[in-house]
Design a protein around this ligand. Structure first.
Ligand code: G3P
Length: 216
């Protein structure tokens, strides 16, 4: 399972890289705005800065919602850096854009996915990644992780190449549940990743080992 970090914060990206477990980055317009990154030029430069920190894929989202606009933006984003994956929303024009971009060899991440049907269309269109948003489903009393498992089953059944990228992960348990469901990638902020490390018996055990080592 790959770990992506879901942030546009360069310090957090560096920190995750430093841990040695980072496989890529996902961003969205809200995450860019949260870091105070505004305007096309500034946003594009920020994507390049992120690519220069990490080795893996970096998702960069289109803003247009019409086919022509999406492919224009998608081609411009893809030309910024070989690590860029163009993030496209799962709407009618988006599916057309994903087909167009994948036929041109441009990798895509189909985003804002909340149903198995949307995930099937993303795979049929040739998306590199599909992003089910599990936390936002949980927010409306739906089981987000169940959607991840359902998509994984369908993709395996038909041998689709599209990778299941579990997004909108809010806590450490989501990561474990996505791993059990067979997600190819999880993307989340740094805190839930660091949460995987926590266990009181590890802390107690280490404290005792160090104390015993000091004894004569
Ligand atoms: O990048 C998309 C996704 O991970 C958003 O997460 O927490 O805003 O639902 P969240």
């Amino acid at each position: 399972m790959k770990f992506f970090i879901d942030t546009a914060n360069l310090d957090q990206i560096r920190e995750a890289m430093d841990l040695g477990i980072l496989d890529g980055v996902t961003t969205n317009p809200s995450l860019m705005a949260k870091e105070g990154i505004h305007g096309d030029e500034r946003i594009r430069q920020h994507y390049v800065d992120i690519c220069n920190i990490v080795d893996g894929d970096v998702s960069a989202e289109v803003i247009a919602t019409d086919f022509e606009g999406m492919i224009r933006e998608g081609e411009a984003l893809a030309s910024l850096h070989p690590q860029i994956v163009v993030k496209v929303p799962v709407i009618r024009e988006g599916i057309k854009a994903i087909r167009y971009l994948s036929d041109k060899g441009i990798r895509t991440n189909c985003t804002l996915v909340f149903s198995a049907g949307q995930a099937i269309l993303a795979a049929k269109a040739g998306a590199t990644y599909v992003s089910p948003f599990i936390g936002r489903l949980d927010d409306i009393s739906s089981e987000g992780v169940e959607l991840v498992a359902q998509i994984v089953d369908i993709y395996r059944y038909y041998d689709f190449d599209t990778q299941v990228l579990a997004a909108s992960i809010r806590h450490t348990m989501h990561i474990i549940q996505c791993a059990e469901a067979g997600a190819d990638v999880v993307t989340c902020p740094l805190a839930p990743i660091l949460g995987l490390l926590k266990h009181p018996l590890t802390d107690i055990g280490l404290e005792k080992f160090l104390a015993d080592h000091g004894k004569k």
